[in-house]
Ligand binder design. Structure first.
Ligand SMILES: Cc1cc2nc3c(=O)[nH]c(=O)nc-3n(C[C@H](O)[C@H](O)[C@H](O)COP(=O)(O)OP(=O)(O)OC[C@H]3O[C@@H](n4cnc5c(N)ncnc54)[C@H](O)[C@@H]3O)c2cc1C
Length: 296
């Protein structure tokens, strides 16, 4: 394969600042490169965006990992905004606001890439990315071909899409509404304030679990007495117990994915014992199977 494969340390790119080596990372620029990857690897590939919702185990990853960083492009035509999968959601929301296009402001400050946000149907403050999506260009790793999927062809629900592990998002199309630039900016500012008042500042992967019947899992974690509980460099945030944060920068402990997973399993066990609920994980895990054995 002529498209370069390099080793990337997850600890240097993940928002959690933790994880082993991704030994065969590729950075395709478009469909031509994706065809090349397909011709040499078939569908033996995994997809990665900003690693803001994905834990990489300490042992790292051997599969060919496609990072979307070079799938760029941001443009507006009428009320349609087109964004490459590798564009940061934060940048896309700001760009839409600058163009006087409203819809995405609830998602201001949600980290990660457009590809990851579409795949996981990212949402905040009552808005989900799928509410504004009109379609996506995907590269299908089952057949080695690009395809356009309209919004109606994809099933979305809370933090879920049925895009599968062979459907690589290359570009997304959003249908937005004209509004005053000042008012959009004001709404973004308010959402930003709410977020910084409620979310921890330390490195994390966001909420570990999905809400249960509308209630944040942080509420259950707190009721189980786990707020502030530590393992190695990680702890359930005292600001928002639904986040596991990396305190390594403050306490100097080594950040091990194994400790993060320990806390995840601890919360699952305790929430089940106390409330009879099996929490659904929002965070994905990739890497060595040994650590994955209790996961999903
Ligand atoms: C501080 C913090 C706050 C957060 N707040 C929120 C929030 O309010 N709301 C929310 O929804 N999320 C939130 N998150 C989680 C995270 O930001 C989102 O899930 C984000 O959309 C993940 O994007 P990513 O590019 O980092 O995806 P990754 O973590 O890299 O990948 C996530 C999933 O998407 C898949 N994927 C990635 N790129 C593609 C692609 N091009 N094509 C197909 N599949 C792909 C991966 O295979 C994986 O299954 C937060 C995270 C942090 C760290």
């Amino acid at each position: 394969m002529s498209i370069e494969q390099i080793a990337v340390s997850a600890a240097s790119v993940s928002s959690l600042r933790c994880g082993g080596e991704i030994r065969r990372a590729c950075f395709p620029r478009g469909v031509k490169d994706l065809r090349e990857v397909y011709e040499s690897c078939g569908d033996e590939v995994i997809f990665l965006g900003g690693l803001t919702n994905t834990l990489v185990t300490d042992e790292g990853v051997d599969e060919v990992a496609l990072f979307s960083d070079r799938l760029k492009g941001l443009s507006v035509e009428g009320e349609t905004l087109v964004a490459g999968a590798g564009e940061k959601l934060v940048k896309v929301v700001r760009y839409a606001a600058k163009c006087g296009l409203s819809g995405l402001e609830g998602l201001a400050n949600v980290p990660g890439s457009i590809g990851g946000a579409v795949r996981g149907n990212a949402g905040a403050y009552g808005a989900e990315i799928s509410d504004f999506l009109s379609g996506v260009d995907v590269f299908r790793f089952d057949v080695g071909q690009p395809e356009y999927l309209s919004r109606e062809e994809i099933a979305f629900s809370y933090r879920y899409s049925n895009l599968n592990a062979r459907e690589y998002v290359v570009r997304a199309y959003f249908s937005l509404k004209r509004d005053s630039v000042t008012e959009i900016a004001e709404r973004m500012k308010n959402f930003g304030k709410k977020r910084s008042a409620s979310q921890p500042k330390e490195p994390s992967l966001g909420s570990v679990f999905k809400r249960h019947e509308g209630t944040s899992m942080g509420w259950y974690i707190e009721r189980c007495g786990l707020k502030g509980e530590k393992k190695g460099a990680f702890s359930f945030s005292v600001r928002h117990a639904g986040f596991i944060v990396n305190d390594a920068l403050c306490d100097g402990a080594e950040a091990r994915a194994e400790d993060y997973l320990y806390l995840v399993r601890l919360a699952e066990k305790r929430i089940y014992e106390e409330f009879g609920i099996r929490p659904k994980r929002e965070v994905n895990v990739i890497g060595d199977k040994r650590q994955e054995r209790n996961w999903r």
